[in-house]
Design a protein around this ligand. Structure first.
Ligand SMILES: O=C(O)CCC(=O)C(=O)O
Ligand SMILES: [Fe+2]
Length: 295
């Protein structure tokens, strides 16, 4: 059957669960036409984390894919990946002495004013067993809270502090980070984000705190902040809010970083190498804020 050019492309999907996550079948990420790009962007927002098996991307093709899907950022605000030629790529190599294991639930780069919209991760070298990655659907988690707790968190703001994870690294490099949002990063000041983020494309609300980078809730005592965050983290990471991906060579995973958290399982002994790029995102906006996020 021929499709008229204006007809949107329908993707063939194998969903990972009832709520979120999907494998997209039969697309070659090197040769997407405009309609397929639009369909992939729509699938990303709908399914939140999507996978493509058997791809043949090198670093340049991964960056090209990023440019098709959005605006590509530096690989990371402070980390430099000397092993790769493309500054857009963040090399995640477990054999690197500076390697930072991602075995803590986190959302990428929430310690910046404008965290990435999404991340595109490619499996380069995998251990024989282990090294799976898991994701949380933070909108499902928000919606499955009781109404009084949703009301409580709707009005909260939290601080995200990248200095805890990346400060020492940045200082070892003489405060010479990368260019992020048009400015060179020379230090990591804490930033505030709403605890509940309104998704800029769907208007759906999701929890926007993570154990990786959130330091505390604003305007409450330390004990209250700890209790609130512990409650939210335990709730976010309930198994029914998660999906888990077992990587194969050639896999590419893309996630909506505005409504998910993820966790890289640290259960392998052989070297594991992944390469990531990120797409530029908006300033997170909470339920009480009017208007569209500043872009
Ligand atoms: O290595 C992984 O599976 C994920 C690492 C990670 O946190 C990321 O790519 O943002
Ligand atoms: Fe990450």
């Amino acid at each position: 059957m021929t499709q008229s050019p204006s007809r949107p492309t329908t993707l063939t999907l194998d969903r990972l669960g009832p709520s979120f996550g999907a494998e997209v079948i039969g697309l070659d990420l090197r040769t997407l036409d405009d309609q397929q790009v639009a369909a992939v962007r729509a699938a990303l927002v709908e399914h939140k984390v999507i996978f493509f098996r058997g791809q043949d991307l090198d670093d340049a093709a991964q960056v090209d894919l990023g440019h098709r899907l959005g605006d590509v950022t530096a690989g990371h605000p402070v980390a430099t990946s000397t092993e790769v030629e493309h500054p857009e790529i963040y090399n995640i190599d477990s054999a690197d002495p500076e390697f930072s294991f991602s075995d803590v639930w986190h959302t990428d780069v929430t310690f910046m004013e404008r965290p990435p919209l999404g991340s595109i991760l490619r499996a380069v070298r995998l251990p024989s067993y282990g090294g799976d990655t898991s994701w949380v659907d933070s909108q499902l988690a928000y919606e499955s809270l009781s109404a009084p707790v949703r009301d409580l968190v709707d009005g909260l703001t939290a601080v995200h502090d990248g200095d805890r994870e990346w400060g020492a690294y940045l200082r070892r490099r003489g405060g010479q980070g990368n260019v992020w949002d048009g400015r060179q990063v020379t230090g990591l000041s804490p930033v505030e984000h709403p605890v509940v983020r309104v998704h800029p494309e769907t208007g759906r609300k999701g929890l926007f705190v993570n154990p990786g980078f959130t330091s505390h809730v604003v305007g409450v005592s330390d004990a209250e902040s700890r209790a609130i965050l512990d409650l939210l983290y335990a709730h976010l990471t309930k198994p029914e809010h998660t999906v888990r991906h077992r990587w194969q060579a050639g896999d590419v995973g893309i996630w909506d970083n505005r409504c998910t958290l993820h966790y890289a399982n640290r259960d392998y002994t052989e070297t594991r190498v992944m390469r990531r790029i990120t797409l530029q995102g908006d300033r997170p906006v909470g339920p009480g804020e009017k208007g569209r996020p500043a872009s």
